[in-house]
Write a protein that binds this ligand. Structure first.
Ligand SMILES: NC(=O)c1ccc[n+]([C@@H]2O[C@H](COP(=O)([O-])OP(=O)(O)OC[C@H]3O[C@@H](n4cnc5c(N)ncnc54)[C@H](O)[C@@H]3O)[C@@H](O)[C@H]2O)c1
Length: 399
């Protein structure tokens, strides 16, 4: 079987879906690799490095799509809402597509993918289980974004992060607050701590308190309790407006005490909650910085302009998207590891093993045979239920 790696076409995207170092593992499961010329250039992986690991380099994108049985991308049609539609025409029936599809973005996008007859898998839907951990692309990219958010803040804020004792006096450390302590938030805490800042963090899920403290940060306790704070998958659950209102009232003072606020709070499939109001921004010291990692989902700060860096009340608010793409070498390496582990589940001895009794494949499968087949997405988009695959028997349960 042949895996094709097209060059990413979303404007500014610098990552690539597979890196040369991942090819040996793919060869082991019987996969050959075709790479579009220049696909890894921006990430720091020249064509020659792929060729040295046995890949064939193809300069014609249409030929790559024609020859490959499986197409792997970072931003596939759906997540790539700028240029992704051009690839739809190149995809063919029963071809396999794996990438970020933004599955809860719009039913129209998913229908467009389905209409090509493609068997598509969305990496956003990889379950957060121990077995699927090495395939968890959302966690990989969130790790990169959390790290980079801190570097951006450190670059903008007119202060040192660490405490310094110098002949010219003592410098007090910068104060950094992280709102939302999932994967990105934890990485932001760790990075800000390494730079020497005084870090505190808050999440509506009280279970993260110990993780925050183990990274050397203070957990901000608010006298308010979320109802059923997290679901069975570990995600935060949406709260009612009175909770969010109270949360904002309580957060105002905490936010004003910090030089940098990094927000990461999201609920799957929902608009991001507003945690930082315009009044809170006005209450921050001039030249403070907010990095809003939830900007793509509307933002956690009322003043965030998604995709932009702005200044309001003397405070810089960064709402840039896709920060993982700004560390493309390692983001691609991590994503390639996630994809190659996923591919090893899907392909055995050079043959496709579309075992839909496997939870990971079943959860991530979005379209097949012209239909959106994922039950969770069908429910999300209020589509009628399709017949479900048979449950796993004891022997079939993946170990
Ligand atoms: N393999 C695994 O076991 C695995 C891998 C990755 C993540 N996880 C877990 O999955 C969960 C989701 O992680 P994620 O990084 O995708 O999170 P996410 O991106 O969905 O959300 C980021 C954080 O925002 C928080 N949040 C949401 N609304 C908030 C509010 N109003 N106020 C404050 N905080 C708010 C959430 O609780 C979460 O911690 C976590 O429990 C994480 O530990 C498990």
């Amino acid at each position: 079987m042949i895996v094709g790696v097209p060059r990413e076409t979303f404007p500014g995207e610098r990552r690539v879906a597979l890196v040369p170092g991942a090819l040996a593992n793919l060869a082991k499961v019987g996969l050959e690799v075709l790479v579009e010329a220049g696909a890894g250039d921006e990430a720091g992986y020249p064509d020659a490095d792929y060729a040295a690991k046995g890949a064939k380099i193809v300069s014609d994108r249409a030929e790559l799509f024609r020859s490959a049985d499986i197409i792997v991308q970072v931003l596939s049609p759906g997540a790539n809402d700028k240029t992704g539609h051009a690839d739809l025409a190149l995809l063919r029936r029963d071809q396999i597509l794996i990438g970020f599809l933004r599955p809860m973005g719009s039913a129209e996008n998913l229908s467009a993918i389905a209409s090509r007859g493609v068997t598509s898998f969305s990496v956003e839907l990889i379950p957060r289980t121990t077995r699927a951990q090495s395939m968890d692309a959302l966690s990989s990219m969130a790790t990169v974004a959390g790290y980079k958010a801190v570097l951006i803040a450190a670059d903008i804020v007119p202060k040192f992060f660490p405490m310094l004792t110098t002949a010219a006096g003592t410098i007090t450390p910068a104060r950094v607050l992280i709102l939302g302590v999932g994967v990105a938030g934890l990485q932001a805490i760790a990075t800000a701590r390494r730079l020497g800042a005084v870090v505190s963090a808050y999440d509506l899920r009280p279970v993260v308190k110990e993780q925050v403290q183990s990274l050397g940060a203070r957990f901000v306790e608010l006298p308010i309790e979320a109802k059923d704070a997290q679901d069975a998958r570990g995600y935060a659950t949406a709260q009612d407006e009175s909770f969010y209102r109270r949360q904002r009232e309580l957060l105002g003072k905490v936010i004003a005490e910090n030089d940098v606020v990094i927000t990461t709070a999201v609920i799957p499939g929902k608009k991001a909650p507003i945690l930082v109001t315009k009044e809170m921004v006005a209450g921050m010291a001039p030249r403070s910085v907010i990095i809003d990692l939830a900007a793509e989902r509307g933002g956690n700060c009322e003043l965030t302009r998604p995709g932009e860096k702005i200044s309001e009340h003397g405070v810089t608010i960064v709402g840039w998207f896709n920060l993982a793409s700004t560390v493309p070498y390692h983001a691609s390496q991590m994503y390639a590891r996630n994809l190659s582990t996923f591919l090893a589940l899907l392909v055995k001895d050079g043959k496709l093993q579309l075992n839909l009794k496997d939870e990971i494949l079943r959860d991530t499968l979005v379209t097949q045979g012209g239909e959106i087949v994922n039950p969770r997405l069908r429910e999300f988009f209020s589509m009628p239920v399709l017949a479900a695959p048979a449950p796993l028997s004891e022997e079939e349960t993946p170990k």
